[in-house]
Write a protein that binds this ligand. Structure first.
Ligand code: SF4
Ligand code: SF4
Length: 453
């Protein structure tokens, strides 16, 4: 991967794309709180790993912030009540994946103050790394940049690996999204506090916060907040997609290359999103749990775009009504347009991994006719991992999925969508790659089961 310096302060990587940013609708809008809906739907699996296990029963009253489900294992996190109210039921609910998943339904009390009474202060300076890791799990915090990977798991690197550098992702390179931008501009002290917590838990010596240069107010706020913390620096990077991808940001900020199939820990790094650290910095010293998050709701299909603080479990339909969804809205995407999935139902709830909701109207719908590959190599030039999307696409059409993995590094593809974006033939390459990975996973599962039988 090529790294470039621009002037004396802005660096970036050599490939990728720079799509129109479309951030102007919401970038300058302060975070506003969404009202509580009449019913919250809190899925037990809002994260990577084992689902949480309910510790409440139907008709039980709960206060805002109280634990309502415990972690289902080490790679899992607890859930906390997003509002003071009563448990209505524990039952399957529609999920973003299109299936049904168990959730706790909670009716907020309309007359409750919704003050967070749960929790007690504690001094993180007196806590050992192991106590900090347990405390991070207790907050229920997961990667809020979209991955939803439990944060405490990243604080326990594999045996024999030592983390010397913490990388903080403040790039927010997906078009339209401004969640992280507002968090950095409005909660810089919490971001720094969160960085100090993870540095202490990991025994890391330094932290670099990478922020794209299209967010000057966020950079200025962080530079002010970082005064007095010599081990933490703010690094301006040039706006380019997908700069926020873990492996790319490590290369850009540390000049270290994560090996194919490897982890950031293999090169002594751990990567955290800014919103994740802001929540840790706020919640952990108060012994509180994650009950809400900032979500950008935007796009031509809403009349009141904004950066909204939403209680976890807020139904998408309710959130979109508050943002004045237009009658001609046609498609709704969770996250940004490059990587976010389209939702099939507005009955799904907003969960820990939802960074944004993007609403298009009918007139934005582009022609979707697909043409044959003209071998222009635009996709090859755009792939930040130096894969060959054109070749992978041709193999996918022939259903030679195993060959894609064995000979063309399909597993390294992190589905950034750059190849599909630049393809003049509108070939949905990234969709082909998702399908190929799924088929390979299923085949491997059958083989493993056959061996075990
Ligand atoms: S989706 Fe995969 S193949 Fe396409 S550009 Fe991104 S990493 Fe490369
Ligand atoms: S960008 Fe599209 S048309 Fe060009 S080589 Fe890649 S797959 Fe073929």
């Amino acid at each position: 991967m090529t790294i470039s310096w621009f002037g004396n302060s802005s660096r970036t990587f050599g490939r990728g794309v720079h799509p129109p940013e479309h951030k102007e609708q919401t970038a300058g809008l302060p975070i506003r709180r969404l009202p509580f809906p009449p019913l919250l739907i809190v899925p037990l699996s809002q994260h990577t790993g084992a689902p949480a296990v309910p510790i409440v029963r139907e008709r039980q009253e709960v206060v805002r912030g109280e634990p309502i489900a415990r972690a289902g294992g080490f790679v899992s996190v607890p859930m906390h009540a997003p509002a003071t109210g009563v448990i209505d039921r524990i039952a399957p609910a529609p999920s973003v994946k299109g299936d049904l998943a168990l959730a706790i339904f909670l009716k907020p009390y309309p007359s409750a103050s919704q003050e967070i009474l749960y929790g007690a202060p504690r001094d993180i300076e007196k806590m050992s790394p192991d106590e900090l890791i347990q405390a991070v799990q207790d907050t229920g915090v997961v990667g809020l940049g979209g991955a939803a990977f439990p944060t405490h798991v990243k604080l326990k690197p594999p045996e024999g690996r030592r983390i010397d550098a913490v990388i903080v992702n403040g790039c927010e390179c997906e078009p339209y999204l401004t969640t992280d931008h507002r968090v950095m501009a409005e909660q810089p002290a919490e971001v720094i506090h969160g960085a100090r917590i993870v540095m202490k838990a990991l025994g890391a010596e330094r932290t670099i916060i990478g922020v794209e240069d299209n967010k000057p107010d966020a950079i200025a706020a962080l530079e002010r907040a970082v005064q007095g913390f010599d081990a933490i620096t703010v690094q301006r990077v040039q706006a380019r997609y997908p700069q926020g991808a873990e492996k790319i940001l490590i290369q850009v900020l540390l000049d270290r290359q994560v090996p194919s199939g490897g982890l950031p820990a293999d090169v002594g790094a751990a990567v955290f999103n800014v919103a994740t650290l802001a929540q840790l910095g706020e919640l952990l010293p108060r012994r509180q749990g994650l009950i809400e998050r900032v979500v950008t709701i935007t796009g031509p299909g809403v009349d009141k775009p904004g950066n909204y603080m939403a209680a976890l479990g807020t139904p998408l339909r309710w959130a979109l009504e508050q943002a004045a969804i237009r009658h001609d809205a046609s498609s709704v995407i969770l996250g940004g347009p490059m990587m976010g999935p389209a939702v099939a139902s507005l009955d799904v709830p907003l969960t820990k991994g939802v960074t944004g909701v993007l609403v298009f109207s009918r007139e934005d719908k582009q022609a979707s006719r697909v043409y044959p590959c003209i071998r222009c190599a635009a996709c090859v030039a755009a792939c930040p991992l130096h894969l060959n999307p054109s070749r992978l696409g041709l193999l996918a059409l022939k259903e030679r999925y195993e060959e894609m993995e064995l000979d063309f590094h399909l597993k390294d593809c992190f589905e950034c969508g750059c190849c599909s974006y630049v393809c003049p033939s509108r070939i949905p390459l990234v969709q082909y790659f998702r399908l190929a990975k799924q088929v390979n996973r299923e085949r491997k599962g059958k083989t493993d089961a056959g061996r075990g039988a």
